[in-house]
Write a protein that binds this ligand. Structure first.
Ligand code: CA
Length: 227
């Protein structure tokens, strides 16, 4: 899952990114308002961690842009401003949560898990899709109560398909989601995607799941749980 950290304090941004990387998120950073706007226009993020005081702009305007563009990203504000009005304004603009600096990284991580649960899993720690059961907090997937041994990429791929079920996802969208902007779209990335997709399908079916992943010719893939 891809997270964007918008924070001009480099040390704090880096420590958040390192912590969340260890928690298996893909993190990108923007250190000013202009870069942040570029990124949110180009890419989709699962959640945006947003500092309000940026050298060239205000975080509230980023929330407004996200909402104007009907972004589905979660938003957690992190700010040294401890004023009640800022919290209320941020939440009213559409942020999901607010953390006052300084905060512990483990608390940020817990709030991130909670935002993801609410957005995709109706707030549940366990969510079932037919014979597939997902426990997002611990990144576990079961088929008919058998725990699947999924790699990090296979898990991310399955969750991306599940959270976008019935939509056709282009290969490029999936590649960008799985690798972030570290990997340009080139032949290697398609091959990596085909490999992960093949392995994921096989593991699901070996455990007794139906083959819900449909290949959409020349475009990408779609998860169809209505089979
Ligand atoms: Ca700041």
């Amino acid at each position: 899952m891809k997270i964007l950290i918008i924070e001009d304090e480099l040390e704090l941004a880096t420590s958040i990114a390192n912590y969340l990387n260890c928690e298996k998120y893909i993190c990108e950073m923007a250190h000013n308002y202009a870069d942040a706007l570029d990124k949110i226009e180009l890419y989709q993020y699962e959640c945006i961690i947003l500092d309000l005081n940026l050298p060239d702009g205000c975080g509230f305007d980023i929330i407004k842009s996200l909402k104007m563009n009907r972004s589905e990203s979660g938003i957690i504000i992190i700010s040294a401003r401890n004023a009640l009005n800022d919290k209320i304004e941020g939440l009213d603009l559409g942020a999901d949560d607010y953390l006052s600096k300084p905060f512990s990284l483990s608390e940020l991580n817990a709030r991130l898990r909670s935002v993801i649960r609410r957005r995709h899993f109706k707030g549940q720690v366990e969510y079932a899709y037919n014979e597939i059961k997902v426990q997002p907090d611990v990144r576990k997937v079961f088929v008919n109560d058998i725990l699947l041994e999924l790699t990090r990429k296979e898990y991310d791929l399955l969750i991306f398909l599940i959270t976008n079920q019935r939509r056709v996802l282009s290969k490029e969208t999936i590649i960008e989601h799985l690798w972030g902007d570290y990997m340009g779209i080139e032949a290697d990335s398609y091959n990596a995607l085909y490999t992960h997709m093949g392995n994921l399908r096989k593991k699901l079916q070996d455990a007794g799941s139906k083959d819900y992943i449909e290949t959409v010719y020349a475009v990408g893939y779609k998860l169809n749980l209505d089979k």
